[in-house]
Design a protein around this ligand. Structure first.
Ligand SMILES: C[S@@+](CC[C@H](N)C(=O)[O-])C[C@H]1O[C@@H](n2cnc3c(N)ncnc32)[C@H](O)[C@@H]1O
Length: 323
């Protein structure tokens, strides 16, 4: 295998717990090939912050000679991931195309009005800070800066630069909590204030959203070459089948050729050394990660390694073209 030049980069994902909390939480049902398919559309601003930060630092360093960067964000749901990457890129010019299978979420992304919750009771921000997971912590963007950690303050500053608070009258809601939290704290609800934020200027952000399927990348991307392709927390829609009871992995013999076809196309959309990023908890979402890794290796990707030379299986770099 060729040396990739990516061994110098290290990355440490959070692995604290799996409680899902805030962000956009939802499920859309679409009709495909005469069958209805359930799409889990939950997402959040700065979800899995360490992965995003790592990716942006990597791109800025490895592709420093490219003046205007290009990113593709698949499974972008209502757009939070696209805006998070855009915020993290700061003043560096970048064009981002977000796509998703759900036309409803693409409409939401184009509208760019978001709801955030501010915790008002049961320990407020301190409670959320301690017990909400890395994945769904965007509630803090609606909290006063003096209560935030340094990293949250930096994220809120980026957010406030790009979004304005358009809340007319905040409505209070009582939220049922995750069973695990309820058991630990012997509480049954939490009170939140809902706040609304709007993107300040869509035209100036160089981001666009289209309805599309990762299986049809040629239609979405054309011949463009990108430095980053994200498809986070969505692979299970491809590797598993779901019904009202649970998710079940498809037969590996069926899945490997399907993934090969997809990852070959992903390869074509990326420059050499470009990154393909998956979710930090992809392995918990029901699909068989061994097949995913085998297919990525077969299609010109290598996993990014830690300082101790261990591979992280959610950040991959393209090391060669495949035909
Ligand atoms: C759980 S959300 C993940 C959102 C975001 N990437 C994140 O990590 O926060 C999964 C999204 O994948 C989308 N999706 C599922 N299958 C897809 C496919 N084949 N092509 C494009 N998007 C897909 C769903 O519509 C849904 O919005």
């Amino acid at each position: 295998m060729e040396i990739t030049g990516t061994e110098f980069y290290s990355y440490n994902p959070h692995t604290n717990n799996n409680i899902n909390f805030r962000g956009h939480i939802g499920c859309d049902v679409i009709n495909r090939f005469g069958k209805s398919q359930r799409l889990t559309t939950e997402t959040a601003f700065f979800r899995e912050y360490d992965t995003l930060k790592f990716a942006v630092n990597y791109i800025n360093e490895v592709f420093k000679n490219i003046k205007e960067k290009r990113f593709l964000v698949g499974a972008c749901s209502s757009g939070e991931e696209v805006w998070s990457l855009k915020m993290l890129m700061g003043n560096t010019p970048v064009k981002i195309t977000g796509f998703d299978l759900s036309p409803k979420q693409i409409k939401n992304a184009q509208k760019a009005v978001y709801e955030l919750s501010r915790p008002e009771s049961v320990g407020g921000h301190e409670f959320m800070e301690k017990y909400s997971p890395s994945g769904f912590k965007d509630y803090f963007l609606g909290v006063e800066p003096d209560k935030l950690t340094d990293s949250e303050k930096a994220q809120k500053q980026m957010f406030d630069r790009m979004f304005e608070n358009i809340t007319d009258k905040p409505n209070n809601i009582i939220l049922g909590l995750n069973e695990r939290i309820r058991k630990v704290f012997d509480i049954s609800y939490m009170e939140l204030k809902k706040l609304h934020y709007k993107l300040r200027d869509m035209k100036q952000q160089d981001c666009k959203f289209i309805t599309g399927n990762i299986e049809d990348l040629n239609k979405i991307n054309g011949c463009n070459k990108n430095q980053l392709f994200s498809f986070r927390n969505a692979l299970y829609h491809i590797t598993t089948e779901s019904d009202s009871i649970g998710r079940y992995p498809y037969d590996p013999e069926e899945i490997k050729p399907k993934l090969d076809k997809i990852f070959k196309q992903v390869n074509h959309t990326l420059m050499k050394k470009g990154l393909f990023i998956l979710g930090e908890k992809e392995h918990n979402q029901g699909g068989d990660m061994n097949i995913v890794c085998a297919s990525l290796l077969d299609n010109g990707f290598v996993p990014i390694r830690t300082k101790d030379n261990l591979p992280y299986y959610n950040v991959w770099a393209k090391y060669k073209d495949v035909n």
